[in-house]
Design a protein. Structure first.
Length: 145
């Protein structure tokens, strides 16, 4: 069971350079665990793609429907109090934004008490580096920006 960051889930919904890698990770382990607010991050990414013209109206609707189906099958880390405490500590230790700190905190809550017991699928290089420093294994070696 791997923890999935939003950066690795978006390529499952919208074809991009990392899509083949994301599909490969999903085929290797079809159980997706992610943070309870990941769906908001992904919806934001889809709307940004639509505003940028990368998705037309039909593509936007189709991608959001795919998100609904995928989100209906994943498991969510939802211990807000534990994740909030970890996220606050993470922003002090690492150069991460609040949403990334919440993602990483969610992964650490799932992996508790042994971060090395879980891998994170993450295509955001900075977040992947922070996850690795926190002791999580990296399932994706092709992290981008």
């Amino acid at each position: 069971m791997r923890y999935w960051d939003a950066s690795a889930l978006v390529p499952l919904l919208h074809e991009e350079a990392a899509s083949a890698s994301a599909r490969r990770h999903l085929e290797e382990d079809p159980v997706v665990v992610t943070w309870t607010l990941t769906r908001i991050e992904i919806a934001s990414a889809v709307e940004r793609l639509a505003r940028q013209g990368a998705l037309d109206t039909v593509g936007r609707r189709r991608t959001l429907a795919l998100l609904d189906r995928l989100a209906g099958s994943w498991r969510e880390a939802a211990d807000l109090a534990a994740a909030r405490a970890r996220a606050i500590a993470l922003v002090a230790r690492h150069p991460v934004r609040a949403a990334d700190a919440a993602q990483l905190a969610g992964a650490l809550v799932v992996a508790d008490p042994d971060p090395a017991s879980r891998e994170i699928v993450c295509l955001d290089r900075r977040l992947a580096e922070c996850a690795e420093r926190e002791g999580l294994g990296l399932a994706a070696s092709d992290a981008g920006g």
